[in-house]
Design a protein around this ligand. Structure first.
Ligand SMILES: [Zn+2]
Length: 404
């Protein structure tokens, strides 16, 4: 869809932080008159303000006489609330027009039988009270693991809310809140936030993998989430990395998917299996007493004291991960691979080994500028990411409604 002049001007000012009117006309190719009326309209409605520089700054920049008109978006012009439904709680973040985090809050996850839309409405209204200009909250985003139809705003199915399938959460919340609502998968929202909040502003092509109870992922190409033709693009967890009949069965119906071999529960299961087969480990008694209650952290603790079983499990997991990553790197030639989720706890066992062993799976040229790193944002990534997606949606609605 072609953007209106006003939308182009607005986007440019937001992206550049501060820009002169002359530079806007030069960059966009619009006439000075068209830029001037777009700027006047945006100023009148409180979207943008003049940037005032001190005379010493102007002198330093070699600007003498009447200073040109510099413009910037008002940071308080708009706010977006994003939240992620996590294992045991709901994490909420508020971002402003400059995509800066303003507020982060954590709420207990309600009982499974409690109405999800009602809970989210309650959380939204609680957080709204803390925003300095509540009327400037322009949208609400929700992310959760599982299959989500982003375009329709529907939860197809999610392990967090098993009772809700094909649930039109966006429509229900929009009716309750009278605001645009975005629903997204957690890993996709987190991957986007990792790119947008990265110190490296040149980051464009990224593969994000989040290892936890399952394996979530996001593929970002040229700064945008890759969705594929059916909104199922980038399902790294379902790449088959062990192609034999004895490989574990995945929820997708195939055998040997990455998720069944390299997720945290898969690693714990494999440790138990090795112990059952007679391998000695400091975790023997833990698995004997309550095998289903053993957490991934115990495996990390065991690896830290050189427990053989824990180290074998991590070694096997790295083998599976690099099989999938090797294919993706050769195919997409990304700037960066970002690993997140619970696996961050095992960073010291994974990072160097992945960097070393991935070289045997890819062509040399694609490794030249490739960075492999762990998440910088942590648990808030999903809430931030879905807040940014909500801002994107609201701006695109605004752009499509106005035409010059
Ligand atoms: Zn699968």
């Amino acid at each position: 869809m072609k953007k209106s002049c006003r939308q182009v001007v607005f986007d440019l000012i937001r992206n550049r932080k501060v820009i002169s009117g002359k530079e806007i006309a030069k960059t966009t190719g619009f006439s000075a008159g068209a830029v001037s009326s777009a700027v006047s309209a945006l100023m009148k409605e409180g979207f943008i303000v003049k940037e005032k520089f001190k005379s010493s700054t102007l002198k330093k920049s070699n600007i003498h006489g009447r200073p040109p008109l510099f413009l910037k978006i008002k940071p308080d012009y708009e706010f977006y609330i994003g939240c992620e439904i996590q294992n045991s709680h709901i994490l909420v973040a508020v971002v402003d027009a400059y995509q800066q985090a303003r507020i982060v809050r954590c709420f207990e996850l309600p009982e499974p039988d409690q109405d999800l839309a009602e809970t989210l409405e309650y959380i939204f209204r609680q957080v709204l009270q803390e925003v300095s200009f509540p009327k400037r909250v322009k949208g609400f985003g929700v992310c959760l693991p599982g299959s989500v139809d982003f375009h329709q705003g529907v939860i197809v199915h999610s392990p967090r809310v098993k009772s809700l399938t094909n649930y039109p959460l966006a429509r229900i919340l929009e009716e309750r809140l009278h605001l645009p609502v975005v629903i997204e998968n957690s890993a996709r929202a987190s991957g986007l936030a990792e790119v947008k909040f990265s110190q490296d502003k040149n980051l464009r092509n990224v593969i994000y993998i989040r290892i936890g109870k399952g394996i979530g992922s996001a593929i970002i190409i040229e700064g945008k989430l890759f969705r594929g033709s059916n909104d199922m693009g980038g399902e790294v967890g379902h790449i088959v990395v062990e192609d034999n009949y004895a490989a574990p069965l995945c929820t997708c119906g195939n055998r040997g998917c990455l998720e069944t071999l390299a997720s945290c529960p898969a690693m714990v299961r494999r440790a138990n299996q090795l112990i059952q087969q007679g391998a000695h480990s400091c975790l023997e008694s833990v698995f004997r007493d309550a095998p289903d209650a053993v957490k991934f952290e115990r495996l990390v603790e065991a690896a830290a004291i050189n427990d053989k079983v824990a180290l074998i499990v991590f070694e096997e997991t790295i083998t599976y991960l690099i099989r999938a990553l090797g294919m993706l790197i050769n195919l997409l030639n990304p700037d960066s691979i970002i690993l997140g989720g619970e696996e961050v706890k095992a960073k010291e066992f994974f990072l160097d080994q992945i960097k070393l062993r991935i070289k045997t799976k890819v062509i040399t040229e694609v490794m030249q500028n490739l960075r492999i790193e762990f998440s910088h944002i942590g648990v808030e990534a999903g809430a931030f990411g879905v807040a940014l997606l909500t801002q994107e949606k609201v701006h695109s609605i605004l752009g499509s409604k106005i035409s010059y």
